[in-house]
Write a protein that binds this ligand. Structure first.
Ligand SMILES: NC(=O)c1ccc[n+]([C@@H]2O[C@H](COP(=O)([O-])OP(=O)(O)OC[C@H]3O[C@@H](n4cnc5c(N)ncnc54)[C@H](O)[C@@H]3O)[C@@H](O)[C@H]2O)c1
Length: 442
């Protein structure tokens, strides 16, 4: 069984299924297709499947040309590349990679409902000799304790024995010009040695370097460590920003100077809070799991507290700065510059700009936003009240005569220095603006 799958992987004849065709799953599917593997994407969003088959992209930084080379809309060959919501087609695949969302619930507990739903949908169609790899970020134990039993129950086969199971965390950094899916080393943990061997062989075909670890749990933990490291360090520089601001010291200048140390220092930059699908969320997967072991994750909790307090700090600084200009925040015309959670992407999930926005509204400000990457606020459970709001245009900013602009995300294509000439006051949370009399850092 193992040798048969290895042969198919080495010859690139194995059909690769990818479940969840989002920021992570779509580039992965493209990578396997580029290497000559037949690919089959699964997404519950049938509009995404249809778009892919038409050669269209729904993720800004993924060029439609890349999708067209895979799906070839002018002469489609569904045996080479297809996208579907029909999970019974899982039986066609030799390996299936699961890249579905892992958010938090309203009570900030892990929400594994997408993984569970995927397990239930795939389960009845799993067959002997297949490899199933979970890639979604999650707490240690999810692959062994949650996903494997769901699949086993549905298909009546034994994970690790009849079919192979592994966990391999995704390290995708959307729009990173230096690294892409194929060049980011990939950590792989298997449920048993055979599972590890086939999973490693799979990724070896498309990824420059795979890093085997002893178990699925070790691989799950690796991903959490990486993101907790970021979360805690960002909290640290956010705290230092508050201290240095009181001392009249520019934290960005200090970090840039410290970065010249060739060893033992790695720069992290402060901001208006934490955003994105990973850093604000993943650490709490470990916090939740640690509670089952009677362990408290104090560092993570503290980092979370500091990071979530940042939007309030920024609004407080903005209020003080307006006051200096003889104005109140209440009734002020305020522009938020940058809605995406980080620069140069169109991803607004968990963006701290939304928290700033709500905080400003709570204080009675009139709020608009400007973001060339996010022209309209998409409907979401968290920000239903803001859905449909449209970005201000660049030309409209000067004409609108805002009392204040708050730079919350600093896209490279935005001329932040010009802002100071277009609005009365700029509150810069990203260190994006050159010093000017009407620019304050916050
Ligand atoms: N976005 C990143 O930069 C990044 C980086 C590293 C890891 N991750 C992790 O990767 C996972 C996926 O994140 P993402 O950013 O790609 O999410 P995403 O929301 O961009 O994509 C998820 C896709 O899964 C689909 N989906 C939802 N439920 C499904 C189901 N039951 N069956 C099939 N498809 C389903 C959605 O329609 C969507 O297209 C998460 O665990 C995340 O933490 C994300």
């Amino acid at each position: 069984m193992k040798d048969a799958l290895l042969r198919k992987l080495h010859s690139h004849d194995a059909k690769i299924g990818v479940v969840g065709l989002g920021y992570v799953g779509l580039p992965l599917l493209i990578e396997f297709a580029k290497a000559g593997f037949p690919v089959l994407g699964f997404d519950t969003d049938s509009q995404k499947n249809a778009k892919l088959k038409r050669g269209e992209s729904y993720i800004r930084h993924i060029d439609p040309a890349r999708i067209q080379t895979v799906f070839n809309p002018s002469a489609p060959d569904p045996r080479r590349a297809d996208a579907t919501s029909d999970f019974s087609r899982a039986a066609e695949c030799d390996a299936i990679l699961i890249c579905v969302p892992t958010p938090l619930t309203e009570h900030r507990d892990p929400d594994l409902s997408f993984i569970e739903a995927t397990g239930k949908a795939l389960g009845p169609h799993i067959r002997k000799g297949q490899l199933i790899v979970l890639e979604s970020t999650t707490y240690p134990g999810t692959t062994d304790e949650i996903l494997a039993p769901i699949l086993e129950q549905a298909c009546g086969l034994k994970a690790g024995h009849d079919f192979f199971m592994a966990f391999s965390p995704e390290r995708e950094d959307p729009n990173n010009a230096q690294f892409r899916t194929a060049t980011i080393p990939k950590v792989v943990g298997g449920m048993n040695p055979d599972s590890l061997a086939v999973a490693q062989a799979l990724y070896d075909q498309v990824i420059t370097r795979t890093v085997p670890v002893s178990s699925c749990r070790a691989a799950e933990a690796t991903k959490l460590v990486e993101n907790i490291f970021r979360c805690v360090n960002i909290a640290l520089v956010n705290e230092l920003k508050i201290v240095f601001t009181e001392m009249g010291i520019d934290i960005w200048e200090v970090i840039n100077a410290a970065s010249t140390k060739p060893f033992g220092f790695m720069p992290f930059y402060p901001g208006p809070g934490l955003g994105g699908h990973c850093i604000p969320i993943d650490p709490f997967y470990l916090t939740w799991k640690a509670r089952q072991y009677g362990v408290v994750t104090k560092f993570i909790e503290l980092a979370g507290e500091i990071n979530t307090s940042m939007p309030k700090y920024v609004v407080h600084r903005a209020m003080e700065a307006l006051n200096q200009h003889g104005k109140a925040l209440k009734g002020s015309r305020t522009l938020l510059v940058g809605l995406a959670y980080k620069k140069n992407v169109d991803d607004d999930r968990e963006s701290p700009t939304y928290i700033l926005w709500k905080e400003l509204l709570r204080h009675g400000a009139q709020v608009d936003y400007f973001d060339p990457f996010c022209p309209v606020v998409r409907p979401s459970r968290e920000h239903a009240d803001l859905a449909g709001m449209r970005s201000q245009t660049w030309d409209g900013i000067a004409a609108a005569r805002y009392d204040m602009a708050i730079v919350s995300t600093a896209h490279d294509q935005v001329d932040h220095n010009a802002l100071a000439g277009m609005v009365d006051l700029v509150v810069d949370t990203r260190g994006a603006c050159a010093p000017a009399p009407n620019v304050i850092k916050a």
